[in-house]
Design a protein around this ligand. Structure first.
Ligand SMILES: *Cc1c(COP(=O)(O)O)cnc(C)c1O
Length: 352
């Protein structure tokens, strides 16, 4: 193995507990494990969390079916619009469908569990406020098993954003038209941690990125800690001299004599090429800079003191210091994109 991803389950649990502390005991937790649990491994994460959360949420039906195949019995909400022809599977596998479009009412099979999804200003999935009366009619005329209603915020990753309150107001007026029994949920990680005083927890919350240890926005959240640790080993070590130029395009020139360590991890593994000459790793717990253009399967590090050895341990991501969040800041993205880009072919090892 060129590298290994260690997933620290105790940290996953700490992050979950931070959510629970924030929202209180009466609010259910719907853990979002879409897209391989943001790269951490959906089935393993769900197996660990199944008795600690109420629900799981996935992006796609196929993910929910994968959870069922692996013995997960929790309620599962699927966010996507049910793919044509998949309707019977929702019923057969006791999976809750999202009704985000009026066309879905007629397609789902009698008795299928469903959550109504209203678009209150995100303008992605969901029925628009204008479609409310049509939705109420469809609901009365159908024989589905309605168990919930929700919306999704477009700006909750930013504190004090006025659009969050506007969406909440719109949602509350829609919500008031439906039976009280419907389980109501709106909050993603940003809403949970940045909008705790806005009465938007309702009956359940949908934490995603915070479970994996990242604040959703630029305001840090002290209670969270990254769950992932990514390690590799030097596969080659060589002497380089001042003036030697490293990697494709010779984009880095050695400022002094030293050693170059070759790490067998590259952009095909999920280290964005845009991080070239712009991040650090640890070599046997000493920080060293990545140097030269990151290539598909390798990057290099420069060491100017003690000579490294083949097999020396390289820590690529760990805790806050070597965090996907730092990478995200450097290349203008979010930690979600960093962790979901880590190649599924890299071995995941789950630690307690
Ligand atoms: C992804 C997603 C979430 C979780 O969002 P985070 O920002 O990761 O907490 C919640 N709800 C919906 C509808 C989503 O698509």
């Amino acid at each position: 193995m060129s590298s290994t991803l260690y997933i620290h389950r105790s940290k996953l649990l700490n992050n979950l507990n931070a959510v629970k502390d924030k929202v209180g005991d009466s609010v259910k937790c719907m853990a979002v494990v879409k897209d391989e649990a943001y790269g951490h491994g959906m089935v393993q994460v769900a197996k660990y969390l199944h008795d600690k959360v109420d629900w799981f949420c996935t992006a796609k039906l196929v993910e929910a079916l994968e959870l069922r195949k692996n013995g997960i019995e929790n309620e599962i909400l699927v966010f996507e619009i049910p793919p044509e022809g998949s309707e019977q599977q929702y019923l057969d596998f006791n999976i809750t469908a999202s009704i985000s479009d009026l066309s879905v009412f007629d397609r789902l099979k009698a008795g299928t569990k469903a959550h109504l999804h209203f678009d209150t200003g995100m303008f992605r999935l969901g029925m628009l406020p204008d479609e409310l009366s049509k939705a109420l009619e469809e609901m009365k005329a159908s024989d589905l098993n309605y168990t919930g209603i929700y919306t999704h915020f477009a700006n909750s990753d930013v504190k004090h954003h006025p659009r969050v309150k506007e969406q909440l107001r719109t949602f509350n007026s829609i919500r008031s038209q439906f039976p009280r029994e419907l389980m109501t949920h709106t909050a993603n990680s940003g809403a949970i941690f940045y909008y705790g005083d806005e009465s938007l927890y309702f009956d359940a919350v949908r934490p995603g990125v915070c479970l994996y240890g990242y604040a959703p926005g630029s305001d840090e959240i002290a209670e969270l800690e990254p769950v992932i640790e990514w390690k590799s080993k030097l596969v080659q070590v060589k002497k380089i001299r001042q003036g030697d130029m490293v990697g494709y395009g010779s984009k880095w020139t050695a400022p002094e004599d030293g050693w170059l360590g070759v790490v067998p991890v590259g952009y095909a593994d999920g280290i964005f090429r845009g991080l070239t000459n712009n991040f650090q790793v640890k070599l046997n717990s000493v920080p060293v800079p990545e140097v030269g253009t990151i290539s598909m399967d390798y990057f290099m590090v420069f060491i100017n003191r003690t000579k490294p050895e083949i097999g020396d341990e390289v820590t690529i991501l760990k805790n806050h210091e070597l965090s996907a969040k730092n990478w995200a800041k450097k290349i203008g993205t979010i930690p979600y994109e960093i962790t979901t880009a880590i190649s599924p072919k890299i071995e995941r090892v789950y630690l307690d």
